[in-house]
Write a protein that binds this ligand. Structure first.
Ligand code: ADP
Ligand code: MG
Length: 392
């Protein structure tokens, strides 16, 4: 929704305002504020890449922009960095407007933001240490070296300080690029899928180190990713995007446990979906009644049941009960996925219909095919949305 609290500044800020640095008393001022941002490539009639975006990042906070490919994450990051001009709305860093549509554009190099991208190119002719020192001209030589070595140590690269980029692995180069971006103590770090070119094990380690360094240096960070697990690992808050708009913003727990849209539920992993109709604040499903407080009788709804919401108890194989009792459910297949077991379930509804569902159970739980089971629902992982409003 367009936000009417747009920060307006009719004239360009004075040089003092432009270079203002935060003091301890400023800690409640967001390091980044975006208001009512809209961006279209190829002019106003072109494709709208982002729209109606409002976002604040507070000092020391890691915010992830999460969403599928093409939803506008990189565009937003480029607008903050100053690599794209603001076409509508405003961008404010530490209380100073740095970009306002048609009025003002502070060039990227004056914004005191650190940039790290998927393929962050290092200077090939400079050593690791020289690469990190590169952006620190304002410091005396000795302080530059100390600062660079501290960061290289934090990122596990101190022993490679004298080496040249071509001798390093992709992961090591990415660590150096992060150190280089962090060296000038930016108020805000902008990271665009910085780990996505790395293989899984390496990626986990770099993510962890990056999170700790960001928290140690206290920089605000805007991190772009399409990986929900990465976002939950890294973020204090997640802004989930679709088609150029932020659909929901909040802590990982808020998005996972109180999603405001079916898209949010689905984005965090596989989900069982059933349809139903509300009657007296409830929806009847093959797994029992589900709460639909506040929805009118007759509303067509989509019931979304996370696989971990299915609580399964194996019951004795009693042929008579199994044949006669249509409400029993049974296991179709079970697979160990590592930390969890995935069970394919055939749920028998009261109406005689059978529904194929997936359940996830912690640890090793591999019942035989045909095993009769009792099913219960953990309703904290069940979500009900009206069908007509959510574009299903
Ligand atoms: P994401 O980073 O989420 O994958 P982008 O911000 O890169 O998304 O792209 C958002 C939309 O803008 C996409 O539809 C993309 O094709 C389009 N787009 C991105 N960059 C350009 C460009 N330089 N020129 C034209 N369209 C672009
Ligand atoms: Mg991108």
């Amino acid at each position: 929704m367009p936000n009417n609290q747009t920060v307006t500044r009719p004239v360009a800020p004075s040089p003092q305002q432009q270079t203002a640095t935060p003091s301890a008393a400023d800690t409640d001022i967001p390091v980044l504020t975006m208001r009512n941002i809209r961006h279209a490539y190829d002019g106003d009639k072109g494709h709208i890449a982002v729209e109606h975006v409002d976002l604040d990042i507070f000092p020391g906070e890691v915010v992830c922009l999460l969403g599928p490919s093409g939803c506008g994450k990189t565009t937003l990051l480029r607008i903050v960095a100053g690599l794209e001009q603001v076409q509508q709305g405003s961008v404010t860093l530490n209380g100073t407007v740095v970009g306002q549509a048609g009025m003002y554009h502070l060039p990227p190099e004056k914004r005191n933001v650190g940039l790290a991208f998927q393929e962050s190119a290092l200077f090939p002719h400079l050593s690791v240490l020289e690469n990190v020192i590169f952006g620190l001209e304002s410091l005396p030589l000795r302080a530059r070296k100390e600062r660079a070595m501290t960061l290289l140590e934090q990122l596990g690269m101190a022993q490679h300080a004298k080496e040249y980029p071509h001798t390093l692995s992709g992961g090591q180069q990415q660590r150096v690029a992060l150190a280089r971006a962090l060296a000038p103590s930016p108020q805000l770090m902008l990271l665009d899928e910085p780990f996505s070119s790395l293989d899984a094990r390496l990626r986990d380690q770099i993510r962890d180190d990056t999170l700790h360094v960001l928290k140690d240096v206290g920089a605000g960070a805007l991190l772009v990713t399409h990986d929900p697990e990465e976002a939950m690992f890294m973020a204090d808050r997640i802004a989930l995007m679709r088609d150029g708009q932020i659909i929901q913003i909040g802590t990982p727990e808020e998005l996972y446990c109180t999603p405001n849209d079916p898209f949010v539920v689905r984005f965090f992993g596989e989900v069982n979906e059933l349809s139903g109709v509300v009657w007296q604040n409830r929806v009847i499903t093959p797994l029992g009644d589900v709460d639909a407080q506040g929805m009118e009788d007759g509303t067509h709804v989509r019931v979304m049941i996370r696989p971990e919401a299915l609580c399964i108890k194996a019951i004795d194989q009693e042929p008579a009960a199994n044949h006669d009792n249509e409400h029993n459910s049974h296991v179709l297949m079970a697979r160990l996925l590592g930390r969890t077991s995935l069970l394919h379930i055939c749920a028998h509804g009261a109406d005689g219909n059978e529904t194929h569902m997936h359940a996830r159970v912690p640890g090793v739980f591999l019942p035989q095919e045909g095993q009769p089971i009792n099913l219960n629902l953990d309703c904290s992982q069940v979500f009900v949305f009206p069908v007509e409003n959510n574009g299903l």
